[in-house]
Write a protein of this length. Structure first.
Lengths: 474, 88, 489
C-alpha cells in the first residue's frame, strides 16, 4: 500500500469500523475422493481422466463416505477448539450448474460436524482471536474452462470433472475481524494450522485453500451490523488484503456520499484491483437443502473423537503457534512442506517433549534444523544420520556441517567406493541373491542391509538398491 | 424455474391446475398434530457407514465421455454461460 | 412350448434331469416373446446376444457342477429398465435417457448373472418408475396378459406382464410405493418387495432413494424366495444396505400359519376398495383362518394421510434425483445458445407429464417457505406411520389386506393424476415404514386377477413368505394361466 492510501484508510477507520467474517474452503489431503474411490489428487490427470460413475453423477450409482475425510475434519475441528456434536448428517444442496453433475452437492446444513470453535493468532504482536461458527464437510465441484478469454464472449464452456468429489472442508468464521490486517493474520494462521496438522496443503493459487469474505461497515460505536457484501475470487493472501482494503474504502465512499449499500456478491478482479458486482440479493438461491437419503447419519462418539484427538500433536495454543512459525520458517527457506511437517511433528516434537524445551529455545533452533534438513535434501547425509545428529544438536547445539565433516558422516554416494561392499553383500548372501534372481523382490532387503551395515549406515540407500539390482541382473 | 423444466403456456396452465388439485389433497397433512414427533429421513438404524480411504483406479476420460451428447474428446461441452447463470 | 409358465423350481429340475438345456429354454422364451410381444409390449430392449452367451455359460456350469449350481442357473428372466446392465441401453422408459449405456451392472442384477441367470431383455415400465399403470412409459404402455386392452399396473408393468404371459418365469422390478406388488396383483403373479435395505440399490436408477427397493415378480411364492435369496445381502457400494445376515427364506416356506396372529387393518378395507376385491380378500382370510391363523382386526389410523405423506417425500427426493438429467454428460440434449435454455428445453422434451408433475411438486415441497409445511411435516408423519406399524406388530405377526383397490382398469380410464395415485393407497404405507410385503393371487373378478397383500415387520421377509406360501399351498389361483400364456404354440 502506498503512503497516501494508508493515510486515507486510517482516516476512514477513525469513523467507521469494518466487520469482517471469512469463509475458507480447504481440500483435504485424503488419498481418495469424498464419496468414491477416484484419486483426491486430481491435478496431474488429463481432463476427465480422474472420474468414475459416482463422481460423474451417472444414474443409479451411490456415494459412500470416506472415513479419513471425517477424521481429518474432526482433527481440524479439534485444533480449532470446536465442539463435536454426537450426531451429524449430510444434506443435499440443490442447484443446476455444469460443474455439479448430480444437480446437487452433498454438503452439511443444519447439523454440521462441528461448531463453536476459536482460532487464536496475533495482530501486530498482540494476541487476537476469532470465533469459528462451524466446520463442515462437502464435496468439491468440477471445473469449467471457458472457450474464449472472457466469460461474456465465450461461445462454449468445457467441463472437467477431475476435481469433482474431492473432500472439501468449509470453515466458517464469525464476523469478529475488525481490519484487513486481522483478516490477513487469521488466514495466515489458519493455513499454517491446517498444513501443520496434515489435513491440507495450503495452496491458494491452485485453489486447494480458498477464501471468501463477508464485509460490512458500521459507524464506530454502533452495535448493529451494516449491509453485508460477499467477496469472492481472491487467490492469494495479498489479494484478500487488497480486496478487503478496496472494499472497505468503497463502502465508506458510498456511505459518506449518502448512498445505500446493497447486499450482493462481488468478485475481486486482480488486474483492475477492484471488486466488481456479480450478483445481488434478489438472485439469492433457494438451495432446497434436505437430508441426503443415500447416506445414513454419523454418530461420532467420544471414543472416536478421542482417537482422532490422539492424532493431533497435543500442544497449547502458544506452542502450536511457535511450531507453526517454525514450519513457516522452514518452508519459506525452501524445505518441502511435507518434509518440514514430518520432522516437526515427529522427531522434533518428541525431543521437545523429552527435554521440555521448545525448538526455538533448543540448541538447534529453527535455523539449525533448516541447515540439517538442507544436508539431507542435497544428499550429503541420509535420514538415519540426520536423526542421530538431531538429538545431539537439540541438546548441545553446534554446526551440523562441521560435525558431518569432522566425523566423516557424509553419505557414500560414489559407486566405486561402494562396489566392494556390494560384491561382498552378494557373496555373503547367496540364498538371497538366488531368491532375488528368481523374482522374489523382498530378498533384496537382506543384501541392502548388509551393505548399510558394512558402511556404517553411510551408504545412500537408493544407490545401494540400484547397484545391487544391476549387479544381480548380470 | 427452480426445477429447470421449460413449459409452454398451455402446459403451464394444465399442469398448474393438476398440481393445485394434488396440493389441495395433500394439504390435509397439515391437520396432523406432529408437535411431539421427530422427523424420519430414512428408515432403519444404520449409522457410521464409511469406507477406507483406498484409491481405486479411475475409469478415464474415454469412459466418462462415452455417453456425452457433446464433447471435444477431453471435456463435456456446454453452450456459453451467461454471467447471471453463475452459481459459483 | 411347454416351458411357458413353468416355475423356476420345475425348470431347474428339468435342466438337471437333462430334459432341456438353457439354450432350449431361451429359445422357447424368445419364441413365446415373439408371439405375444406385438400385443403385450412388455419389453423395451431385447438382449439376445447377452442371453445367448449367458445360456451357453449356464449350460457349461450345469454340466460341470449340476449339484452346486444355483437353481436360477440357465433360467430365462427379464429386468425392469430402471436396472443398469453394463453396455445395455437403459432408459427407465424415459426419452431423457435414450441411448444411455451404463458402464456398470446393478449389484442385484450382477448377483443373478453370477448365479447363471439368462437375461432376455429390459422390460417396460412407467417413466422413472413413476406411475401405477405403465401408461407413463415414454415408449407406450405394456398390456395386461389377461386383457391387453387393460393396464398391467405399474410401475413394474412390463415385468409383471411378461411373467404373467409366461415368457419368463421371473423378472426383477422395483417398488417405491407399490410398483412390484400392484402390477403383480393386476397381472395375476406373485410380487415381493423386500425390507428396505435388504437388497442393494446400487445400479438402480433412483426415483425416491429412501423408498426404492428391488424385488422379484414370479409365478409362485417359492420362486420369489429363491430369487430373493440370491439378490439379498449387504453391498458396500450402497450405504443404506444392511450388513446383518439374511435369513434363509426356505425353511419359512413350509412352516404354515397355524397359531400365527394375522392383523387385518380396518383402514385397508375401507372406502375406495372395490367390493369385489374386498370379497376375494375376505375369502382369502378365511382360507388362512382354516389353516390355523388367528385373525385380528387392527387399526392403522394414519393410513388416511399416508398417501399425502408419500406424495411429498417421493416427489421431493425425485426432484433432486432427477436433477442429473441435464443434457451435459449423457442422454438427451436439446441444443440451445444459452445454458439455461438448454436445461429448460432438454428437461421439457425429455420428461413426460407425470415426471414433470412430480419434479415440480417435489421442488415446491422443498422450497423455502414451504419446506416446514410440506417436507418437514411429511417427515414427521412418516415417523407416526412407522410407529403405528411397530405398535400393531406388537400384537400381530403379519398383516393381510388387498394389494390394489381394484382389478386392472382399461387404458386411458384414469386420466386424472390423483385418481391414479389412489392405486397405491394400501401398498405405499409399507414403503414409508420400510416393511417387506408381497402380493399373491387370490381370485378373479370377471377373469381379472385379484391380489392378497401380506406385510411383516422389518427384516422379517421370511415371515412374508411363510404366510403367502401357506395361502398359495391351499389355493391354485397362482397356477391359473392367462390367455396370453395359453397363446403358447
Amino acid at each position: 500500500m502506498t503512503q497516501t492510501a494508508e493515510a486515507a484508510s486510517s482516516a476512514v477507520l477513525a469513523r467507521y469500523e469494518p466487520v469482517i467474517g471469512l469463509e475458507v474452503h480447504a481440500q483435504l489431503l485424503t488419498r481418495s475422493k469424498m464419496f468414491c474411490g477416484c484419486s483426491a489428487d486430481y491435478t496431474a490427470a488429463a481432463p476427465n481422466d480422474n472420474t468414475c460413475p459416482v463422481c460423474l453423477g451417472l444414474p443409479g450409482v451411490l456415494p459412500v463416505i470416506n472415513r479419513q475425510a471425517i477424521e481429518y475434519a474432526v482433527r481440524t475441528a479439534l485444533a480449532l477448539e470446536c465442539e463435536i456434536p454426537s450426531f451429524t448428517k449430510f444434506d443435499r444442496k440443490n442447484y443446476f450448474y455444469p460443474d455439479l453433475p448430480k444437480g446437487y452437492q452433498i454438503s452439511q446444513y443444519d447439523l454440521p460436524l462441528s461448531l463453536n470453535g476459536r482460532l487464536r493468532f496475533e495482530v501486530e504482536g498482540e494476541p487476537a482471536s476469532c470465533g469459528i461458527t462451524r466446520v463442515h464437510l462437502e464435496e468439491d465441484t468440477g471445473t469449467l474452462h471457458h472457450a474464449g478469454d472472457v466469460l461474456q464472449s465465450a461461445t462454449s464452456s468445457l467441463v472437467d470433472l477431475n476435481r469433482c468429489g474431492v473432500p472439501l472442508m468449509e470453515i466458517v468464521g464469525e464476523p469478529d475481524l475488525r481490519s484487513a490486517a486481522a483478516a490477513h493474520e487469521y488466514l495466515v494462521r489458519l493455513r499454517q494450522l491446517l498444513v501443520y496438522i496434515g489435513v491440507n496443503d495450503g495452496n491458494l493459487e491452485k485453489g486447494s485453500f480458498r477464501c471468501d469474505a463477508n464485509i460490512s461497515m458500521r459507524p464506530r460505536g454502533a452495535s448493529e451490523y451494516g449491509v453485508k457484501v460477499e467477496i469472492k475470487n481472491m487467490n492469494s493472501f495479498r489479494a484478500v488484503r487488497l480486496a478487503l482494503e478496496y472494499e472497505l474504502e468503497r463502502q465508506v465512499a458510498v456511505l459518506d456520499g449518502g448512498g445505500a449499500l446493497t447486499q450482493e456478491t462481488r468478485g475481486w478482479v486482480e488486474a483492475r484491483r477492484q471488486t466488481v458486482s456479480q450478483r445481488s440479493k434478489e438472485y439469492a438461491h433457494d438451495y432446497r437443502y434436505f437430508p441426503e437419503p443415500d447416506l445414513p447419519p454419523l454418530r461420532l462418539d467420544a471414543e472416536f473423537v478421542d482417537r482422532v484427538r490422539a492424532t493431533l500433536p497435543e500442544l497449547p495454543a502458544a506452542r502450536a503457534m511457535r511450531f507453526a512459525d517454525a514450519f513457516e520458517g522452514l518452508v519459506d527457506a525452501g524445505v518441502a512442506a511435507k518434509t518440514a511437517a514430518n520432522w516437526l511433528m515427529g522427531d522434533v516434537a518428541a525431543l521437545a517433549n523429552e527435554h521440555k524445551v521448545p525448538l526455538h529455545a533448543s540448541g538447534l533452533g529453527v535455523e539449525g534444523l533448516r541447515r540439517l534438513l538442507a544436508l539431507v535434501e542435497t544428499g550429503t547425509i541420509n535420514a538415519p544420520t540426520a536423526k542421530e545428529l538431531l538429538g545431539e544438536l537439540y541438546v548441545s547445539g553446534g554446526d551440523a556441517e562441521a560435525l558431518v565433516r569432522d566425523r566423516g558422516l557424509a553419505q557414500v554416494s560414489d559407486e566405486a567406493q561402494l562396489a566392494e561392499a556390494i560384491d561382498a553383500a552378494i557373496a555373503a548372501n547367496p540364498d538371497a541373491a538366488a531368491d532375488f534372481r528368481a523374482g522374489l523382490e523382498k530378498a533384496l532387503g537382506r543384501m541392502v542391509g548388509h551393505v548399510m551395515k558394512a558402511t556404517g549406515n553411510k551408504a545412500q540407500p537408493q544407490l545401494v538398491n540400484r547397484m545391487l539390482r544391476e549387479r544381480l541382473a548380470r | 424455474m427452480l426445477a429447470r423444466i421449460g413449459l409452454d403456456e398451455a402446459e403451464t396452465a394444465r399442469i398448474g391446475v393438476e398440481l393445485e388439485k394434488i396440493l389441495d389433497h395433500i394439504s390435509r397433512l397439515q391437520q396432523v398434530d406432529t408437535s411431539a414427533l421427530t422427523e424420519t429421513a430414512q428408515v432403519g438404524e444404520l449409522v457410521n457407514v464409511m469406507r477406507d480411504d483406498v484409491p481405486e483406479p479411475p475409469r478415464g476420460a474415454a469412459a466418462a465421455l462415452r455417453n456425452a451428447p457433446r464433447s471435444d474428446g477431453h471435456h463435456f461441452v456446454v453452450g456459453a454461460i451467461q454471467a447471471n447463470e453463475l452459481d459459483a | 412350448m411347454s416351458s411357458t409358465r413353468s416355475s423356476i423350481t420345475e425348470l431347474a429340475a428339468r435342466l438337471r434331469a437333462g430334459k432341456t438345456t438353457p439354450q432350449q429354454l431361451l429359445a422357447g422364451a424368445m419364441a413365446h416373446q415373439k408371439r405375444v410381444e406385438p400385443q403385450l409390449h412388455a419389453y423395451l430392449t431385447s438382449t439376445t446376444e447377452l442371453a445367448e452367451q449367458q445360456a451357453e455359460a449356464a449350460a457349461l456350469t450345469l454340466a460341470e457342477h449340476p449339484d452346486s449350481a444355483s437353481p436360477l442357473c440357465g433360467i430365462p428372466m427379464a429386468l425392469k429398465d430402471v436396472l443398469c446392465v453394463q453396455g445395455v441401453e437403459t432408459t427407465a422408459s424415459s426419452k431423457v435417457l435414450t441411448g444411455f449405456r451404463p458402464p456398470y451392472t446393478a449389484t442385484a442384477v450382477q448377483r443373478l448373472f453370477d448365479a447363471g441367470a439368462v437375461c432376455v431383455g429390459k422390460t417396460n415400465c412407467d417413466e422413472f418408475a413413476m406411475g401405477s399403470s405403465n401408461e407413463n412409459s415414454a415408449f407406450g404402455a405394456a398390456g395386461n396378459p389377461w386383457d391387453v386392452e387393460r393396464v398391467p399396473g405399474g410401475s413394474s408393468g412390463g415385468s409383471a406382464a411378461t411373467v404373467g404371459a409366461g415368457v419368463v418365469p421371473y423378472a426383477l422390478g422395483t417398488d417405491t410405493g407399490g410398483s412390484i406388488r400392484q402390477p403383480a396383483s393386476l397381472c395375476g403373479v406373485v410380487g415381493f418387495k423386500p425390507t428396505y435395505g435388504r437388497v442393494s440399490r446400487y445400479g438402480l436408477i433412483a426415483f425416491a432413494s429412501s423408498l426404492d427397493q428391488i424385488g422379484p415378480l414370479a409365478l409362485s411364492v417359492e420362486d420369489c424366495a429363491l430369487v430373493f435369496a440370491v439378490i439379498a445381502g449387504h453391498d458396500p457400494r450402497d450405504s443404506t444396505s444392511d450388513p446383518s445376515p439374511v435369513e434363509d427364506p426356505q425353511p419359512a416356506l413350509g412352516r404354515g400359519v397355524d397359531g400365527l396372529r394375522l392383523g387385518v387393518p380396518r383402514e385397508y378395507f375401507g372406502a375406495g376398495i372395490d367390493a369385489g376385491v374386498r370379497g376375494c380378500v375376505e375369502d382369502a382370510l378365511h382360507v388362512l383362518e382354516a389353516q390355523g391363523a388367528r385373525l385380528r382386526e387392527v387399526s392403522l389410523p394414519s393410513t388416511e394421510v399416508a398417501l399425502s405423506t408419500y406424495y411429498i417425500i417421493a416427489p421431493a427426493e425425485c426432484s433432486s434425483n432427477l436433477a442429473r438429467y441435464d443434457g451435459v454428460r449423457f442422454g438427451l440434449r436439446e441444443e440451445q445458445p444459452s445454458l439455461t435454455d438448454m436445461y429448460l428445453r432438454t428437461r421439457a422434451a425429455g420428461f413426460g407429464d407425470e415426471v414433470k408433475r412430480r419434479v415440480m411438486l417435489g421442488t415446491y415441497a422443498l422450497s423455502s417457505g414451504y419446506y416446514d409445511a410440506y417436507y418437514r411435516q411429511a417427515q414427521k408423519v412418516r415417523t407416526l406411520i412407522a410407529a403405528e406399524f411397530a405398535s400393531v406388530f406388537e400384537s400381530v405377526d403379519a398383516l393381510v389386506s388387498p394389494t390394489s383397490p381394484t382389478v386392472a382398469f382399461t387404458m386411458g380410464e384414469r386420466d386424472d393424476p390423483l385418481s391414479m395415485y389412489m392405486c397405491d393407497v394400501v401398498t405405499l404405507p409399507a414403503n414409508l415404514a420400510g416393511l417387506p410385503g408381497i402380493s399373491v393371487p387370490c381370485g378373479f373378478i370377471d377373469s381379472l386377477p385379484v391380489g392378497l397383500q401380506v406385510l411383516a415387520p422389518r427384516f422379517q421377509d421370511a415371515r412374508v413368505f411363510q404366510v403367502a406360501n401357506a395361502y398359495q399351498r391351499a389355493t391354485d389361483w397362482h397356477a391359473t394361466r392367462s390367455p396370453l400364456a395359453d397363446a403358447a404354440a
